[in-house]
Design a protein around this ligand. Structure first.
Ligand SMILES: *Cc1c(COP(=O)(O)O)cnc(C)c1O
Length: 489
């Protein structure tokens, strides 16, 4: 029996005071990390010994107790994170988390609420978060919503609603086998892969998602969209939805939502907006006009865990027509019968609006973040990221050794080191190697992408801890490492 075991067989600690002391130590340790975030390397590789320790063992027959488990966490796990809580993490689109959100995670864990439904305060918290969200984006009062793991799931749910609304026949009963529906959807070539995945999962098929060309600013070419829809109609297809992007993952480009929304209404097409991170630019008064038209969305997917820094994971889908949302997912077997009174009340239940029956209390960390910081401070952090991205783009443009590869539309800077003597393939390889060097030396963590067939170093400012000294360190690191590599070629 380990020292944590209780004679009564419950899983609670035997000695609450000892448990309290362990918790306080763990909290102190994390506060030290936040307070000294900039002093660590942004990333370090996971040593083989650590990987072995985390790979080799069978499931533990006997527990080692909380204290020893916490020690193992501190040795094996805590030193080797992704790095996205570090000021010089600039890769992909990762939120950087906040102490407020982390505390809320603990509180939610302690409450251990199940938000599938029923009548309890946590359900009302999620409803409040959804109401706040729909106000933020200008969706009507009747719009419904659901917190989910992220925009990928939110988009799947949004497009399931689109299929329910637009597919002829009873798609829930017959699937797509009921008739020759030949549904087609439209998104831009710069759209996120989660749209493709949703088409695959919904039985629509990837090839029925038409990838519309983009303009010089990497936004969907609206005329090309109109032509594609017309051509499909003429060929006997059934166009049913358009997925517009508010902030593409490659460059932060924002599609012309007003024009696309207008076209969708005219053509009776469902408009889904992937606003994963870029949608939150509505919080910045100077940027909000660029999202004009987002309020026309029939469904809208976005993340709290990216530009609002809520700890992973937390995304949201909003659906303009609550009736369609519910018709797409509602299923109430006898064992979930709703009551007028008591704990089994609380209609409607969240399980009628999505895939999951058991659902965690994601809403609490969102609620804490929004309430503790307020939209003004969260928006200021977003505005600062965009201003710093513009600054970084200017530094790149004025540095002869560097080349800007796309306009800085929002918070993403795509660039590379250049050298006229190197072939395109050699330049791609060199820039990719420089990014891996930056990671391994713990200097900074940008990612890479492809633009026009060229490899780009991609710095995404989705980090409230980043300042211009971090960006200067990134550029200095790129130049130093690239010169060092070029000298050996
Ligand atoms: C991150 C992202 C997604 C996917 O969101 P997840 O929360 O990772 O599921 C979709 N679209 C865009 C534009 C993104 O940046």
């Amino acid at each position: 029996m380990s020292s944590d075991d209780r004679p009564d067989g419950t899983l609670d600690p035997e000695d609450w005071e000892a448990f309290r002391a362990i918790c306080h130590r763990a909290v102190d340790r994390m506060i030290e990390r936040w307070a000294h975030a900039r002093e660590r390397p942004v990333w370090q590789s996971v040593p083989d010994a650590v990987k072995d320790a985390l790979a080799g063992e069978g499931p533990p027959e006997r527990g080692i107790g909380l204290e020893a488990t916490l020690r193992r966490f501190e040795e094996l796990i805590l030193p080797y994170p992704t790095g996205n809580t570090h000021p010089r993490f600039l890769g992909w689109v990762h939120g950087s988390g906040t102490p407020v959100g982390a505390l809320a995670e603990f509180l939610a864990g302690a409450m251990n609420a199940n938000l599938g439904g029923r009548e309890h305060a946590p359900v009302h918290v999620e409803r409040q978060v959804i109401r706040w969200s729909r106000t933020l984006f200008g969706l009507p009062e009747g719009a419904s919503g659901l917190l989910v793991g992220g925009t990928s799931t939110a988009t799947l749910i949004g497009l399931a609603c689109a299929r329910e609304a637009k597919c002829p026949g009873d798609v829930r009963r017959e699937g797509l086998q009921g008739g020759p529906a030949r549904l087609t959807g439209y998104t831009s070539r710069e759209a996120h892969g989660s749209v493709t995945k949703a088409f695959e999962l919904l039985g629509l098929g990837r090839e029925h998602l038409r990838l519309v060309p983009v303009d010089a600013e990497l936004r969907m070419d609206v005329r090309a969209l109109q032509e594609a829809v017309a051509a499909d109609r003429a060929a006997g297809f059934h166009p049913f939805c358009v997925v517009a992007t508010a902030g593409t993952v490659n460059t932060g480009a924002i599609d012309d939502l007003a024009a696309i929304g207008h076209f969708c209404r005219e053509q009776s097409l469902w408009l889904h907006v992937d606003a994963a991170f870029g949608g939150l630019a509505v919080l910045v008064p100077e940027l909000a006009p660029r999202l004009a038209g987002i309020e026309q969305a029939d469904s809208l997917a976005f993340d709290f865990h990216k530009w609002l820094h809520v700890p992973y994971d937390a995304g949201c889908v909003l659906i303009r027509d609550e009736g369609i949302h519910r018709a797409t997912f509602a299923l109430r077997p006898d064992y979930l019968a709703a009551a007028e009174r008591g704990l089994a009340g609380g209609n409607p239940w969240f399980c009628e609006y999505g895939i999951d029956l058991s659902r965690g209390f994601r809403a609490l960390k969102v609620w804490f973040t929004l309430l503790a910081y307020g939209l003004d401070r969260l928006g200021e952090a977003i505005a600062r990221n965009c201003a710093d991205a513009a600054w970084l783009g200017e530094r790149v443009a004025e540095t002869p050794e560097l080349e800007l590869l796309a306009p800085v539309a929002l918070n993403i800077v795509c660039f590379r080191w250049r050298d006229g003597r190197l072939s395109p393939a050699a330049l791609d390889a060199l820039n990719a190697a420089v990014v891996a060097d930056l990671h391994e030396e713990g200097i900074a963590a940008p990612s890479t992408t492809q633009l026009d067939g060229r490899l780009a170093i991609r710095a995404c400012l989705c980090n409230h801890r980043t300042d211009r000294s971090d960006l200067a360190a990134l550029l200095e690191g790129v130049i130093t490492l690239a010169r060092r590599r070029a000298a050996t070629l």
